[in-house]
Design a protein around this ligand. Structure first.
Ligand code: ATP
Ligand code: MG
Length: 449
């Protein structure tokens, strides 16, 4: 492992008065055979107190970014901009469920440090200067056999810190390690403790889980994590509106999966930028089914529910807005019956949001029956878009052959110019040849004067 470690880290380990260990994700991923790229997350640990460690790090040219004395944590950066997180060996005591320990005891005992962690696979240590692994809980064997096992009785590990429930799903997604029976059972019994965790942390873990295929290039990764969230009951705590779709049959010729599994498969087929929309695109279905006995209004209701969920999770506003738009519009022209003129106007009105909507429609289609062929609506809209481009249809006001001042000179009242310009965009959407100054002025005059 030594060969692939950053040089500054090796030099630091050699100058420390006690052994410095790598632990956590980097060791686990190395043992799994994954390459540790430049973006690797370096978690380091040792029995040294913070001051001793900080002095050693600074003498080796590291910049210390933050010191948290209560938990013995130091965040630092090497001269080449790589980030590291140091934690002093410790043992934690928790009040039930909360992520932050109520009491912390520092220790020299690696086994105690290992037992305050979550999974044995995350508690394998690598002595950087000595070039040797230390494995107090048998995590190496778990990794070789493909399992995630808790560092102590699963009931206790999950009972102490509800964040471990989502970490379980996310880490299993990223690594392919599968929770053993006891681990799953312990997570199930404590699923309600997710309610003690801050929405920001849950959102972060959900985001990592939805993008978990990006970590080691396994396309099935997010699906694996989502199924764990469902099977442990944690999803019902995080997104109860979505979890209601579990076992809800659709009974249509399009669908072979229940609402929830279909939503998961949609994530599986969606590009990274639209994963939240893929997960939530049908979140209105359980609500509509229970209220109306059918799914007719599900896109509209789903947009409202998706907004509730993402606001509750304190997701960034931009992501929330984009997701709500996509959920609301995902059924647009699903039966391919929309007239071309209307499609053209919709394409112009959607502007930059169109590629994401078409990607969602494709993922939704592929998820229905596992059919990767192009979705009919997407083919139709892309053909129309290509024709529009060829005709030189203007997609923005700046591309119109007239501007607001031109309209005012032509006698259109100032208060109407914004509406008139948008109407001209619509007018040109139907036929790019209409984007000529004289023609537009004539049309605007006839409509708005
Ligand atoms: P990644 O590859 O995403 O960094 P990681 O396992 O290293 O995965 P980190 O959040 O970097 O995750 O945490 C580093 C280590 O700290 C973990 O491997 C684990 O041993 C321990 N740890 C992190 N969070 C918890 C937690 N909530 N409860 C117990 N131990 C934790
Ligand atoms: Mg890490």
């Amino acid at each position: 492992m030594k060969d692939i470690l950053p040089e500054p880290l090796k030099r630091l380990a050699e100058s420390c008065p006690a052994p410095l260990y790598l632990v956590g994700g980097s060791v686990r991923d190395f043992l799994l055979g994954y390459p540790l790229g430049e973006k690797a997350d370096w978690d380091i640990a040792s029995p040294m107190d913070e001051d001793t460690f900080v002095a050693a790090a600074e003498s080796r040219g590291f910049s210390v970014r933050a010191v948290y004395r209560r938990t013995g944590t130091v965040k630092l950066e090497d001269g080449e901009g790589r980030g590291y997180e140091y934690t002093r060996f410790r043992s934690d005591r928790y009040l039930r469920g909360e992520h932050t320990p109520s009491e912390i005891f520092f220790t020299e005992d690696m086994t105690l440090d290992a037992r305050r962690r979550d999974f044995c696979a995350n508690a394998v240590y690598y002595d950087i200067a000595g070039g040797k692994f230390a494995d107090p809980l048998g995590g190496t064997e778990d990794i070789a056999r493909g399992f995630l096992r808790t560092v102590r009785e699963a009931e206790k590990v999950f009972g102490e810190d509800g964040l471990r429930l989502v970490r379980l799903a996310r880490i299993s997604a990223e690594t392919g390690l599968v929770p053993d029976g006891e681990c799953l059972a312990g997570a199930k019994r404590n699923a309600a403790l997710i309610g003690d965790i801050s929405p920001e942390r849950i959102f972060m873990e959900m985001k990592l889980l939805l993008l978990s295929d990006q970590k080691h290039g396994d396309a099935e990764a997010p699906l694996r994590g989502l199924r764990i969230l469902r099977d442990t009951g944690v999803l019902a705590g995080v997104m109860p509106e979505l979890a209601l779709g579990d076992g809800m049959e659709q009974n249509t010729p399009y669908h072979v999966h229940d609402v929830l599994e279909h939503s998961f498969l949609c994530v599986r087929h969606a590009p990274p930028e639209i994963r939240f929309a893929a997960l939530l695109h049908d979140v209105g279905k359980p609500f509509c089914k229970l209220r109306d006995g059918n799914f007719y209004a599900h896109a509209q209701e789903g947009a409202r529910i998706a907004e509730d969920i993402l606001t509750r999770l304190k997701a960034p506003k931009k992501l929330t807005e984009e997701t709500v738009f996509l959920v609301k519009n995902h059924m647009r022209d699903f039966d391919c019956k929309m007239r071309e003129a209307k499609v053209r106007r919709e394409i112009v009105a959607m502007g930059g949001a169109l590629p994401a909507l078409l990607a969602l429609k494709q993922a939704d289609f592929s998820a229905c029956k596992g059919d990767p062929s192009p979705a009919p609506t997407v083919v139709k809209w892309q053909d129309i878009l290509a024709k529009m481009r060829e005709e030189g249809v203007p997609f923005t006001l700046r591309e119109l052959a007239v501007n607001g001042r031109d309209l005012q000179h032509a006698g259109i009242p100032e208060r109407d110019t914004a509406t008139a310009l948008h109407e001209l965009l619509n007018y040109c959407a139907e036929d790019g040849a209409r984007n000529q100054r004289e023609r537009l002025l004539k049309y605007a005059a006839a409509t708005f004067k």
